[in-house]
Design a protein around this ligand. Structure first.
Ligand code: GAP
Length: 501
């Protein structure tokens, strides 16, 4: 579906809408309605089941969203978390440098200094997108963090976290103390991150408040054992830096083993990259050919990363491959910076080993972007029908429950909704308009199943207590005892977990 059509549909169905809409909206902020909220929760649950499920030593925590200034100074965000901003000297509009350079440098400005960006702007006689003037300022770094004051005096400066990762680093010493004093140790966070983006756009793609799901794995750099045999033969669609430098844009399928043996990437990294790829292919249901693992060069990588592959998915609504997640090898950057900043030695002493400062492997995932991706991939038009073919365990509504004739069958149908809800199955009652229209509404909401309560359900006779169960994708229908529904549906509503060693 095209961008405008998809966004209009998501708004019309109450999946999401701009925040503070009655006041004209607030750029980069969006609210989720009931369907969006339920889908987002299920996506977060699926993420946790898969990634936290990778090891019994990976845990989910919930740290504070506000960071004292000392934290963001130590993390490097105060100094480095900037985007180059350009001001029009004529109309005073402000732009991100990469939006000004979009036509001449579609690959963006990562790795360029402000002076180099200014040179490209001048050499190409680029114009202000608002007024057309060529009088554009030299780019200056603009810090993306939201700062606010803290405490009754208002003099203490704090920051809304720009990434959830910081909470995991701050939790590490406690988690070490309360844990079993062993590495690897994984600390995951799902929660809001805040960035004062210069140019928020594409709805959920560049927001000013968004949800991240991030797993930080602390490990001994001398050895991070993983069950590599389980992934050795997986063929990954990678686009490596050397091929990109020759203008290649299509990934090549490289066996995981070759990435380690001849590609120079450590086993632990490739193991987690494979699981990230499988999450997109096997859990979220993207066709393999729409996924690309895009290696970032030295100049493009975030300032803290040693190895970085972005997970990109081809999205029709946004006209190309878009970054939805990434795997970052951050080395000892974070713990060494926080050791210096806090004055507390964050090195640890694993049982039977010498003291060491753990390295960090980060799996990072933008929940909102991925929600848009699920709409792009699975929301389709088939003739007259609009169908959201979400995997069942992600569907905001698992089953629509309809009385065939409201007057006669409503009590049983309502009771069935309550019973299903008590069994943990998200059921939604609907009695308005024809059965066909009710099916259509549920198809659009992504409900994988619908159930109709009719005369046979409530009358005496051989079909007593049975309902019609209809599957969204095949449109097949069968009679099923109402008492067996919850058990029957539950298995497909549980998110998949990875196979562990
Ligand atoms: N902890 C590492 C980190 O934050 P990042 O590449 O800046 O790395 C990770 O962000 C993910 O968060 C991205 O892949 C994307 O999915 C999501 N993300 C980043 N900025 C975003 C924004 N302004 N709006 C929505 N999602 C965003």
């Amino acid at each position: 579906m095209k961008y405008d059509e998809l966004y209009a549909l998501l708004r019309r169905r109450g999946v999401l809408w701009p925040s503070a809409e009655i006041y004209g909206g607030a750029q980069g902020l969006y609210d989720y309605g009931p369907l969006g909220t339920a889908l987002k929760r299920r996506l977060e649950e699926a993420w946790a089941a898969w990634f936290v499920g990778l090891s019994p030593d990976y845990y989910l925590v919930d740290p504070a969203e506000i960071l004292p200034e000392a934290v963001v100074r130590a993390s490097g965000h105060l100094e480095n978390f900037t985007d180059p901003e350009v001001t029009c000297e004529s109309c005073h509009s402000v732009f991100r440098a990469d939006t000004i350079l979009e036509k001449v440098r579609p690959e963006g400005v990562d790795g360029m200094t402000p002076a180099q960006i200014g040179e490209v702007v001048r050499a190409n006689q680029l114009k202000c997108p608002s007024c057309g003037s060529v009088e554009l300022s030299v780019p200056v770094p603009f810090n993306l963090m939201f700062a606010t004051s803290f405490g009754v005096t208002g003099k203490e400066r704090v920051y809304l976290r720009p990434e959830t990762a910081q909470g995991s680093y701050l939790s590490f010493p406690r988690m070490w103390d309360v844990g079993r004093h062993a590495l690897p140790l994984g600390i995951a966070v799902i929660g809001k991150a805040y960035r004062n983006e210069i140019a928020p756009r594409q709805v959920l793609f560049r927001m000013r408040a968004f949800t991240q799901a991030e797993l930080q794995i602390f490990f001994d750099p001398a050895g991070f054992p993983v069950p590599f045999d389980r992934v050795r033969e997986e063929r990954l669609p990678v686009l490596r830096v050397d091929r990109r430098q020759h203008g290649e844009e299509t990934p090549e399928l490289v066996p995981a083993e070759a990435l380690v043996r001849t590609g120079g990437i450590p086993e632990f990294y490739v193991y987690h990259l494979v699981h990230t790829y499988r999450f997109y292919r096997d859990v979220l249901g993207y066709p393999a050919e729409r996924i690309r693992l895009f290696e970032k060069s030295d100049a493009e990588r975030a300032f803290y990363n040693k190895i970085q592959f972005d997970v990109e998915v081809h999205l029709e609504s946004l006209g190309g491959f878009k970054e939805l997640a990434a795997v970052h090898y951050r080395g000892d950057y974070d713990l060494s910076r926080h050791s210096q900043g806090s004055g507390k030695d964050l090195s640890v002493h694993p049982t039977g080993r010498s003291p060491l400062l753990p390295h960090v492997l980060e799996l990072t995932f933008g929940v909102d972007r991925n929600l848009w991706g699920l709409a792009d991939q699975h929301l389709t038009r088939e003739g007259e029908r609009t169908l959201w073919r979400l995997p069942s365990f992600l569907a905001p509504v698992a089953v629509g429950v309809f009385p065939l004739i409201a007057r006669d069958h409503a009590p049983f149908a309502r009771q069935l909704v309550d019973e299903l809800a008590a069994a943990g199955v998200a059921a939604q009652y609907d009695e308005s308009s024809s059965i066909g229209k009710r099916y259509a509404r549920m198809d659009e909401a992504g409900a994988p199943f619908c159930v109709t309560v009719d005369r046979d359900t409530v009358a005496d006779g051989p079909a007593r207590g049975t309902v019609t169960l209809r599957a969204r994708d095949s449109r097949s229908q069968e009679r099923v005892p109402a008492s067996e529904l919850a058990a029957r549906l539950s298995a497909s509503l549980r998110p998949p977990r990875p196979r562990r060693a």
